[in-house]
Design a binder for this molecule. Sequence first.
Ligand code: LLP
Length: 418
Amino acid sequence: MHDFKYIKSELYAEDVPVREIARKVGTPLYIYSQNTLLRHLKAYQDAFDDSSHIICYALKANSNPAVLRLLAKNGCGADVVSGGELHLARKAGIPAHKIVYAGVGKKEDEIVQALKARILMFNIESSDEMAAINEIAGRLNKKAPIALRVNPDIDPETHPYISTGLRESKFGIPIENALEHYKLARKLPHLEILGIHKHIGSQITSIQPFIDSFKKVLFLAQTLKSNGIEIRHLDMGGGLGIPYSNEHPPHPAELSRAVLPLLKGNNFNLILEPGRSIAGNAGIFVSTVLYLKKHPEKEFVIVDGGMNDLLRPSLYNAFHSVQPVKKNKRRKSLADIVGPICESGDFLAKNRELNHLSRGDLIAVMSSGAYGFTMSSNYNSRPRAAEVMVKGKEFYVVRARETYRDLSRGATIPGFLK
Ligand code: LLP
């Protein structure tokens, strides 16, 4: 469900015509609906209302400061994977006691930063990292609150690049080695064991992988208990998919109906780390048609946004629906929607049947609110796109389009070249 809909033949973001925003702000452009963001957050909050829980939104999906502030104001916590994300989460007003920190490569300064901020817990991914955090915490005269990220070896049946819970994945500790790792952690004086963390992958469209992996984690919690290690937080990660085309991923309520009964009789605090299911369908990417090009075998629609702005199609062959910002009744044709980047892999959509587009027309790439702007780059020295948030009849530029000045920010010419 989202707030991008046609009124007559015109695409609106909430109550604002997309065309009006594009005219004022230019393209390429990301537009987010605050209403959709809130509705998605509320779906989780309502679903888990009856249980002790924290929704720790995964910043990697969309870390625009206005998006973060909106979520923070509505009671959301954060899942961060870098010092930069921790900084943004804190700046947006997300309280430290609602922040969990994952990632296989936490650096020393980042660990210090998180300890000083007093986050809820580190989700530790290896014994080496465990030793490092213990050592750094000791130096600061602190105890580091931790969970171990376990790898439950469950196939989430999603794209291999975004599935993380399989045995061969670099993430987490194989679940069969978890007990020995927890015993090791118990011996380290500057660690405080608080939880178990798992995250098996992203864009998961069935409930079963969540149930299977959760059962494994619960079993581990019991094993730990019988070894004298009490767990408070069960962090079940993120991963709930969204409809990009005709997928029917489970609703958060379905997730809670499947998971909460398994927790009966325990008083664990549940942590959820949704990213995509909060932000994905709350955003679109808008681009202008520059040229049309016809090869004997193929038609191309060349637009001003490319893989530097929205990498998912190029990187994962991900499907995003492409819609005209103004519907027309022209003849339909099959075309690739491609960007301006000098790479054959630069496309937003392949073999799409769209009513004929002309130069200057606007297109909207749907479901682009998650892993859109956050994965964008300056490749081909293109300034990054602007971001807009819509609320009812109003819209706000929540990140200005980059300028050429940004392209050389921080760069210096050494003296011998002056
Ligand atoms: N927690 C952890 C530890 C994660 O690694 C991730 C995502 C999440 C939570 C949030 O997962 P979500 O609810 O968004 O599925 N760039 C890829 C997705 C990579 C996801 C990485 N980890 C894409 O565009 O599909």
